[in-house]
Every structure is written in structure tokens, then in C-alpha cells.
Design a protein around this ligand. Structure first.
Ligand SMILES: [Zn+2]
Length: 272
């Protein structure tokens, strides 16, 4: 897993796909240009009935107010508007039964909610962990099924990666994901469009702990502490290799952030 990650990470860098939370060029579609903003308002094309959950379920009761259509963005959200000292913790690539339960235990100890961008192939094998995330108030987002570089997939491939993951999240977590994050932070226009069709907003990050490089627990802690600021979204990982440093780092920086007056929260759609 680690080897695959390194190979793909190198590939992403070679392709010019930035691995920070910044907007990335969409070279996978044959264009070397940055993803251009969509001209005018999002297109209101007819929805395909076969597509996954394109319309909200209204149940059997009276129809409630229809949720706003998810906009098609041209870049991911990097941080959240925040009043005061509010931050978000996000954990990608899991769940992994070796590390995720420990992270959940630490979050529970401090009564903190976080966001988990899960991969479908991991979630499928660890549905109990998604149930636990739901029970404990965490947000689960879509991080594709198999963690590919989306800019190298065609539209059908991207759709499949996203749809399958949304399905397993809905089954195990209890509701479909409303946020997605492209692997390696490599977004393109198709990913934004398909994410919006599936009702998901693209969330990147502000502070990258680079914990997957296993730089040492202390370094991960310092990166979080140094990057702490209102509205910041922190990227860490609970899978994809040995994440024991990430587990230990959380135990250290979480009480520190709380002592500094930070409120750790999860993304809310009405913010964006
Ligand atoms: Zn990832």
C-alpha cells in the first residue's frame, strides 16, 4: 500500500498535479491548462435516472423543502469560514482496523468530532467502523473507491470510483456522503462535475501533516500546532501504511489545541 502510494504520488508530481490543497491542473483530460471556472451558473442538465442518488429521497411523508443543488466548483474548498478559534481534523484513506479505532477512541475521549474521507474498498471491509463513526457524530466523506489519480481516468472511471464509494458509505454510515476529496488533491473538471451531481462538495485542506511520509510523531504534532489558525482544515491519514505516528500525534496535539481554546468541528454545508 505504501509502495503504491509512493509510486502514484511520484506520478502525480511528474504529471504536474500539485499535492497540496491548492487547485490542480487537469492534465488527465488532455489539457495542460488549469481548470477554468465554469462560465455562468452551473448547467442545469436533466438528471439521468440511472445515476446514483441524483435526487434526494423524500420518504413517505410530505415532501420537505428541496435541498439546494450542489454547485459545480472550479476549485476545492481549502478552509472553512470560522468565527473564533474553529478548526477541522480530517483523516484520509481508511478506515483501517489497525489505526482508526485508536483515533476514534482519542476523539471520543475529548468529545471531538472529525471528518473521515474513506476509500470504498476499505470501507467495504470495515463497515463496522463506519457505523461507529455515525454513532459518534463524525462526518464521512468520499475519497474514491481505490485511490486512483483521477486526472488519469476517463469520466466513466471517475464516476464509477465515486458512485461505488457513495453506495457503500450510505449502506454502512446510514446516509450518503456530502463531501468528497480527490486522492492526492488532484482534481479536474470532471471530478468537480461528477461530485456535484452526486450531491458532494469538494473539500481539500489547509495544513498537510505529510504524516504518510512517517516523519516522526513530534514533527506531525509540530506541523499541526504551527498551522493552527481559525478555519484551518488539517489533513492526516488513518490508513495507507503504518499510521501509528499519526495515532500518537493526535493524542498529543488534540489536548493541546483544546487547551489553546480551539473548537474542533466538522464541515457544514450551510457554511459554503
Ligand atoms: Zn488519500
Amino acid at each position: 500500500m505504501l509502495t503504491r502510494r509512493r509510486v502514484l504520488f511520484a506520478g502525480a508530481a511528474a504529471a504536474g498535479a500539485a499535492t497540496t490543497g491548492a487547485l490542480v491542473t487537469g492534465r488527465g483530460d488532455g489539457s495542460a491548462r488549469p481548470v477554468a471556472p465554469a462560465p455562468g451558473p452551473p448547467a442545469r442538465r436533466p438528471l439521468k435516472p440511472s445515476a446514483y442518488r441524483l435526487q434526494p429521497l423524500t420518504g413517505y411523508g410530505a415532501p420537505s423543502a428541496a435541498p439546494r443543488r450542489t454547485p459545480v466548483r472550479s476549485e476545492p474548498i481549502l478552509r472553512m469560514p470560522a468565527r473564533g478559534r474553529t478548526m477541522m481534523l480530517t483523516f484520509d484513506d481508511g478506515p483501517d482496523p489497525r489505526f482508526t479505532p485508536d483515533i476514534l477512541d482519542t476523539l471520543a475521549r475529548y468529545d471531538v468530532r472529525a471528518t473521515f474521507f474513506v476509500c470504498g474498498e476499505m470501507a467495504d471491509y470495515n463497515r463496522d467502523l463506519l457505523s461507529r463513526m455515525a454513532d459518534e457524530g463524525h462526518v464521512v466523506g468520499n475519497h474514491t473507491w481505490s485511490h486512483p489519480l483521477l486526472t488519469r481516468l476517463d469520466r466513466r472511471g471517475i464516476r464509477s470510483e465515486m458512485e461505488r464509494t457513495s453506495e457503500v458509505v450510505e449502506q454502512a454510515y446510514g446516509e450518503p456522503p456530502r463531501w468528497f476529496r480527490a486522492p492526492y488533491g488532484a482534481w479536474n473538471r470532471a471530478a468537480f462535475q461528477l461530485g456535484a451531481e452526486l450531491g458532494m462538495e469538494p473539500l481539500a485542506w489547509t495544513v498537510d501533516t505529510l504524516d504518510w511520509t512517517t516523519p516522526g510523531t513530534r514533527t506531525i504534532v509540530e506541523r499541526v500546532e504551527d498551522g493552527a489558525a481559525p478555519g484551518v482544515v488539517v489533513l492526516s491519514h488513518d490508513a495507507g501504511g503504518d499510521r501509528s505516528q499519526s495515532v500518537r500525534a493526535l493524542r498529543s496535539y488534540l489536548p493541546g489545541l483544546l487547551d489553546s481554546g480551539y473548537h474542533l468541528t466538522v464541515p457544514r454545508r450551510h457554511y459554503v
